[in-house]
Design a protein around this ligand. Sequence first.
Ligand code: C5P
Length: 230
Amino acid sequence: TRYWAVIPAAGGGTRMNSGRPKQYLSLKDRALIEWSIQPFLDAEWIDGVVLVLARADSEFARLPIARHPRILTTLGGGARAESVLAGLEVVAERSAGFKDVQVLVHDAARPCLHGSDMERLCEEADDDHGGILALPVSDTLKRARQHKIAETVDRAFYWRAQTPQLFRLEPLIRALKECAEHGLPVTDEASAMERAGYQPRLVRGRESNIKVTYPEDLQLAGFWLAQAQR
Ligand code: C5P
């Protein structure tokens, strides 16, 4: 088995209101994205990391990490799934000839991933169906209809999806292309695989693996990084 990582980082990050893509905001003396990439560089069993950048990106090339020999870059598209597909095409070129290629897809906006969780995902995911890091929901969940509660659902059935998500390269490319052809929205790789009939395994992650979306998330990420380094 060969392992690759694809990190989509071509989003606008408009919910941050920071005037600059969130992955370049600074977090404990490094850019947020450098924290997100680091666990994959530390894992020497991963052949390479494909970083998917926006056409207008002028910031990545300036980071110290940009010259790392195991990082490749490519250009992304207008939707997350398009960006991931662009990254997967690079993996397909680089891993041509290998039969069993598994790809970890990770949000550039998740800087607090523990390397040990990524390893556990690779061990516990199903060889064919793949798997994702996720957490059971602890709040009581309401289904809404126009800002009113329609019903309370059984939270035992619900998990929050995180990244990384691990899938075999070829089925993932097919699944994402299939969704694109039908114009189906895809917010994570697992949803595309589900539509293609796969049943990805849920591997319990941890609370600290947050996706930085709003300005206040940045402080929380700083807290979790400090915890991890103690
Ligand atoms: O928007 P959201 O927070 O769900 O984005 C998750 C990840 O997908 C981010 O790392 C973002 O940069 C990436 N993305 C992308 N191309 C897009 C949209 C989002 O690479 N067109």
